[in-house]
Design a protein around this ligand. Sequence first.
Ligand code: SAH
Length: 218
Amino acid sequence: MREDSYIQQGLRRGMVEKLRQGGITDEAVLRAMTEVPRHWFIGIALDAYAYEDRALQIDCDQTISRPSTVAMQSQLLALKPNMKVLEIGTGSGYQTAVLCRMGAQVFTIERQKGLFDKTTRVLKECGYRAKCFLGDGYQGLAGSYDRIIVTCGAPEIPQTLMGQLKTGGIMVIPLGEGEEQEMMRITKEGPEHEEWKVEKFGTYSFVPMLDGDARVKR
Ligand code: SAH
């Protein structure tokens, strides 16, 4: 088992208190983020910054999202226990672990083999039972999901993913090319394109959702 010291637990409670002050109200999100040790998902060199509201470098030139972003995306999902959630962009696995802790059945896709290998192992060692896949998030994963969360900046709403969302389901996705994205929540009210309800939740900055499968490109 990895270490989770009283100091780290204390820092984490402080982080969660700030999230609460910052407007996060979903108690299930706040509880999960109190319980999941974020430092387990960060390289030891950056461990000291784990409970600051910062994005940090992880392997393969990617970043772990800021705690406030993880909290916001998790809250926007309006999760209920046992829901099937598809995550695009496993990265460090921290968001994945938070969703697992909230009682979701999580399926997560990462296109970078280095991150996929490492994070699959970390999640397992830490006891989070997500199903991890190496592949292209634009293709999603065969099946139908109650919720879809995209944790990289998408230039447009991937139609394949909308097809994998159940009617009544919710997709949370940062939309936009370049430095900034708009956080969108799309509720699929019916099977047709016009039956989507779209809500916007402010500006964020994500690494881009890249096309294709890194296994093929490199
Ligand atoms: N939730 C993660 C976010 C990591 S950054 C965390 O907090 O750690 C976003 C991740 O999306 C990166 O790891 C990147 O490699 C991945 N990604 C980008 N485009 C993708 C695609 N098309 N399919 C799957 N993963 C993708």
